[in-house]
Design a binder for this molecule. Structure first.
Ligand SMILES: [Zn+2]
Length: 303
């Protein structure tokens, strides 16, 4: 039972408030760079937990297929169509898995993500290559401004689906030599925009992004911290090296620790073999207590 440590290096995700990524309200008050007709012209709402609140009730998932100058989608190309179809399959698998996990905590969550059923959840967008740099604030703002200018307001989406939360998924058509990791932007009150989005790089040096990674990224939007790294920037719920060691020893299959099979080091594409343990359940609002979080002096859950 040897754990592939390389695995955890490949799933680095960023939650922001990294230095310089905390935007004061009012600093960016433009309504956005819309290429199509803008649907939102007022200031975006201030939401204490961003667009994704606790992981309960109905969650609307908006999929945005983003073309950049370096990596574009050809929506008529059979290979690209196949990749897009796979992203939807993986998204459905990831969200179904979270729904099943919720039931074991006596919680109910229902993700509305199938844009073949609800075409209003599907967008095609053009953005600059800035959005390919995970820590680049300009790229993050570009995504926020796109959402503000082109996608129905959060309240409208919530009322259409009876949803409590909205998660935005960006899919980038990266090739197999792409060497960056998918990442997630988490918002809090005080940010210029509330839009929490997962940036999925569809392919990369570790292969095609797998359903467990989708679930991992989505769980971030609800407040789950990474469990494979210490909190160096004050944005990861106060994880420590000791906590990481504990997880490695005792919770080696935790989805916020590893997104591959923890024994073989291989990614799965037809199911998720990882576990969602009490520590993640606590941070996404499914339980009021985590003994592990308490033992290692981690931050309180925001739920
Ligand atoms: Zn992560």
């Amino acid at each position: 039972m040897k754990i592939r440590y390389t695995v955890v290096i490949f799933i680095i995700c960023l939650t922001f408030a990294l230095t310089g990524c905390y935007i004061r309200p009012g600093l960016y008050d433009s309504t956005g760079i819309s290429e199509t007709s803008a649907t939102e012209v007022t200031t975006p709402p201030q939401l204490p937990h961003g667009s994704a609140d606790s992981c309960e009730g109905i969650v609307a998932v908006v999929s945005i297929y983003v073309s950049t100058p370096s990596y574009s989608w050809d929506f008529t190309d059979p290979a690209d169509k196949q990749t897009i179809s796979q992203t939807l399959g993986f998204l459905k698998l990831a969200t179904s898995w979270i729904e099943t996990e919720a039931s074991s905590w006596n919680k109910f969550v229902d993700f509305k993500c199938d844009w073949t059923v609800n075409p209003g959840l599907y967008y095609e967008a053009k953005m600059s290559d800035d959005i390919l740099v995970n820590s680049d604030m300009q790229g993050i703002q570009e995504v926020w401004k796109y959402i503000a200018g082109n996608i129905a307001p959060i309240d409208e989406i919530k009322s259409e689906f009876g949803a409590n939360s909205v998660v935005y998924m960006l899919f980038v058509n990266t090739p197999s030599n792409f060497n960056r990791n998918s990442s997630t932007i988490v918002c809090e009150e005080g940010f210029a925009y509330p839009y929490e989005f997962c940036r999925i790089y569809c392919n990369g040096i570790d292969g095609e992004e797998n359903p467990a990674s989708y679930a991992h990224e989505i769980l971030h939007t609800f407040g789950a911290p990474d469990l494979y790294k210490a909190d160096d920037f004050g944005n990861n719920c106060g994880t420590t090296e000791e906590l990481v060691e504990y997880v490695q020893e005792n919770l080696p299959n935790e989805i916020m620790y590893v997104t591959y099979d923890y024994q073989t080091g291989l990614p799965y594409y037809d199911h998720i073999s990882n576990e969602l343990t009490e520590i993640t359940a606590y941070y996404i609002g499914w339980t009021d207590k985590s003994e592990v979080a308490e033992e290692f002096g981690m931050d309180l859950s925001k739920h």
